[in-house]
Design a protein around this ligand. Structure first.
Ligand SMILES: NC(=O)c1ccc[n+]([C@@H]2O[C@H](COP(=O)([O-])OP(=O)(O)OC[C@H]3O[C@@H](n4cnc5c(N)ncnc54)[C@H](OP(=O)(O)O)[C@@H]3O)[C@@H](O)[C@H]2O)c1
Length: 284
């Protein structure tokens, strides 16, 4: 199965490198700019296409890997091309938020369609492709799919799961809370460190072992077993002192601290600090 990508960015370059390493033939790339097209094609030793039409003509598995908001435009562009032999071409998108149904006009024109969202935050494509073998793909498949898509990922060694079309936005919100808001939470913590007097330039480096130990503690454990700290220990006075200093020096952080503290009690199933972390939590 020859694979190609419309949109030559982070995800498609990493996927191209990864599928190639797994023995699949990469046909090439088409992107809005020649620069991105050529760069991705060079990295994957594949072809830089000058048009969507040539790319579709030459390949069987076609990924639309533009920004989400451009998927519809690519679909419209593809509809102007000659109709392929029925079910000969598979078009996928990789968005975790947009539904599979955005590809329905292509399905009505004889393409097979699917959506496969990799649960990974892609940065540098070379680094990302090294992580890809551990990645789970969330599949949104049409009814007629009888497991071929899962088999494709299985051949690469990846796990897959099916995402419910009606709850896809919720699934993507969960991915955002994990990957994006974790970064925001770090930034919030850095701001508190800075207010405590720690030089801003040292914070990232000084906190790295702490952060890495948290990730390490998560491995193979229940989340609540990975927790450490005053709420787990039941140290009421410590939490009281945190709140007093936040109220005095960074009152805008108190609501977040309290909310996270209450979520932590909920995770532990231990409400002994309820009086400190007011208002009380519902226990159900
Ligand atoms: N980033 C992640 O962590 C991640 C994770 C999972 C899924 N996804 C999904 O993967 C898809 C791609 O994301 P990404 O992060 O790889 O995006 P990206 O790095 O911004 O790359 C998108 C590429 O598409 C090109 N492009 C834009 N509009 C186009 C059009 N109309 N026709 C052709 N090419 C066009 C861009 O332009 P140029 O040619 O100008 O460079 C760029 O190279 C999205 O659907 C996203 O939701 C992303």
């Amino acid at each position: 199965m020859k694979i190609a990508f419309i949109g030559a960015g982070k995800v498609s370059t990493a996927l191209g490198l990864y599928f190639k390493n797994n023995g699949f033939e990469i046909g090439g790339y088409y992107s809005r700019s020649c620069k991105s097209t050529e760069k991705a094609a060079r990295m994957t030793h594949s072809h830089p296409y000058a048009s969507v039409g040539e790319l579709i003509n030459d390949n069987r598995m076609i990924w639309i890997t533009t920004p989400d908001d451009q998927i519809e435009a690519v679909v419209r562009q593809t509809l102007l091309l000659p109709v392929p032999r029925k079910d000969e071409k598979l078009v996928l998108h990789a968005s975790g938020a947009y539904p599979l149904s955005i590809l329905n006009p292509l399905k009505e024109n004889g393409y097979r369609t699917a959506c496969a969202h990799p649960l990974l935050a892609f940065g540098d494509p070379v680094v990302a492709q090294e992580k890809l073998s551990d990645v789970w793909f969330a599949l949104e498949k049409p009814e007629e799919d009888n497991g071929q898509l899962a088999d494709f990922f299985k051949a690469c060694g990846n796990q897959t799961f099916t995402v419910d079309s009606g709850r896809k936005s919720l699934y993507h919100a969960a991915a955002c809370v994990l990957s994006n808001y974790l970064v925001t939470l770090l930034d919030t913590s850095f701001a508190i460190f800075e207010k405590s007097g720690m030089p801003r330039d040292n914070i990232q480096e000084a906190t790295r072992p702490l952060l890495e130990s948290v990730i390490l503690n998560l491995k193979g454990k229940d989340l609540k077993d990975a927790l450490t700290g005053p709420i787990k220990r039941g140290d009421k006075n410590t939490v009281r002192m945190h709140l007093e200093s936040l109220n005095a020096l960074m009152p805008e952080m108190t609501a977040l601290y309290t909310l996270m503290g209450r979520k932590t009690m909920q995770l532990l199933g231990d409400y002994s600090l309820e009086e400190v972390l007011n208002p009380p939590l519902s226990k159900q």
